[in-house]
Design a protein around this ligand. Structure first.
Ligand code: TYM
Length: 340
């Protein structure tokens, strides 16, 4: 549009709704993260003002190795940039660089019911897995997550299925704050992809997750990926190649739905039901299509590893902008709640 006859590009961009999402630097980024969140992030860059956080304050709520934390933060930044979070199109920053996140979390704590936090599915699951370290930070995790989102007055939060409950909780807190202190925070919506919102682990027993070691890394070596994929869990009814299978309950078919074109999905589905293809054939086809997506991401990640100035510069500039936005929000919040 001609600047003389309509809003400038900058003015148009200012009207875009705000979006926030985050990822923990708790290990290799896997294809569950990609299908549930990162792929969606890269598709929303033009529609929203996007801020993405590498949420290190969240990552310290479970046992972790302090010595390698910075390396994991860096790997998370590189993987996300390689997947499409480009400088100039969004902000990508490290949460602890903007301490206002914890300040807002403290204030939101005073509105957060303990009973509700105790019933959060992720808190219960993580408590079960970390019996010797059920700390207050783990309990408070959803409040910090709400602070991440509300600090930037976000309208949209693209996440996988497991985070819907936390976003509902964020909406509750926004509503409570607004009722008590006057309308200020938008009630953010979770944006969950139609396909890939809950990718199962290679063991077929639980959701794919960094902590369960049942994952395929997004920038993992192709040979490693094949070594993991080949023995992975499929429809248990297919004991022999001649047994017909049911693609709808097969983990590998879900991955085809995420990575293979429709004609291949159809071929695989029919071949499985009629037992004309075996599980290994099906996995080989999946592998080929996955590599079409992962090869360029891995290659970009390898290039970015050598461009530390670009990566550091992006993280620093993003943090500076986030800090400015966070300070604006906090000035208003402090004044509304009666603090100076
Ligand atoms: P994290 O690092 O555990 O997960 C990052 C994103 O990946 C999605 N995800 C999956 N999606 C599909 N299938 C899977 N197997 C799978 N595993 C993970 C998650 O749903 C998530 O979207 N609590 C957040 C981090 C966070 C955050 C925020 C998110 C902190 N503050 C504010 C949004 C807004 C988390 O789960 O990180």
């Amino acid at each position: 549009m001609n600047a003389m006859h309509g809003p400038s590009r900058q003015a148009q961009e200012q009207k875009r709704p705000n979006l926030f999402s985050g990822i923990q630097p708790s290990g290799e980024i896997h294809i569950g993260n990609y299908c549930g969140a990162i792929r969606n992030w890269t598709q929303l860059l033009d529609e929203y003002e996007c801020i993405f956080g590498i949420v290190d304050y969240h990552a310290i709520t479970v046992a972790y190795d302090a010595d390698t934390m910075q390396a994991r933060i860096r790997e998370a930044a590189i993987t996300n940039m390689a997947a499409g979070l480009e400088p100039g199109r969004c902000l990508l920053f490290v949460q602890s660089q903007v301490p206002e996140h914890t300040e807002l979390a403290w204030i939101l704590n005073t509105l957060a019911p303990m009973g509700l936090l105790g019933r959060m599915t992720q808190f219960k699951e993580k408590s079960r897995r970390n019996e010797d370290n059920i700390n207050v930070g783990l309990f408070d995790y959803p409040v910090l997550q709400a602070a991440d989102v509300l600090l930037y007055r976000s309208h949209a939060v693209p996440v996988g299925e497991d985070q819907i409950q936390h976003i509902e909780f964020t909406r509750d807190l926004a509503r409570k704050f607004n009722l008590r202190f006057g309308d200020f925070f938008p009630e953010p919506n979770a944006l969950v992809p139609k396909s890939g919102a809950r990718i199962m682990g290679l063991d077929g027993q639980a959701k794919m997750s960094k902590s369960l070691n049942n994952y395929i890394g997004l920038i993992e070596d192709p040979d490693e990926i094949w070594n993991k994929l080949r023995p992975s869990f499929t429809d248990p009814a297919r004991k022999r190649r001649s047994d017909p299978g049911n693609p709808l309950i097969c983990n590998i078919y879900t991955l085809h739905e995420n990575f293979s074109p429709p004609d291949v999905q159809k071929e695989v589905s029919q071949g499985c039901k009629s037992a004309s293809i075996g599980c290994i054939d099906c996995k080989k086809m999946l592998f080929d299509h996955m590599m079409k997506v992962f090869d360029p991401i891995r290659e970009r990640a390898q290039a970015l590893e050598k461009q530390s100035e670009l990566v550091d510069g992006f993280l620093e500039e993003s943090a500076t902008t986030c800090k400015r936005l966070a300070e604006e929000t906090m000035a208003e919040v402090r004044s509304r709640i009666g603090l100076r």
